[in-house]
Design a protein. Sequence first.
Length: 94
Amino acid sequence: MKTSDPDDFAAVLAGLTKLRNRQYHREPLSKALGEVLFELRHVGKLNTRVLWFYLKNRRIIAVHGIRNKGQAIPARDLEIARERMLDWQRRTPR
């Protein structure tokens, strides 16, 4: 994405940076996808979504990114994000 669409890349990076501040953890920038996963929403030419979750010490871990033309995130992409989140949690010391 950085080389194919630098403007969208810069906007997504700015969105990830905003997540440091809890006031942005709600729509329109971010949206909860159940109890644990969230999506960072960037509506540009490519409607980029970055799926993320919290880790201890208020860290945010981005686990999956997609370009989505529709409103809903495809079930397969949610499954990929959940699998990556669980893998990350298993490998991270508590």
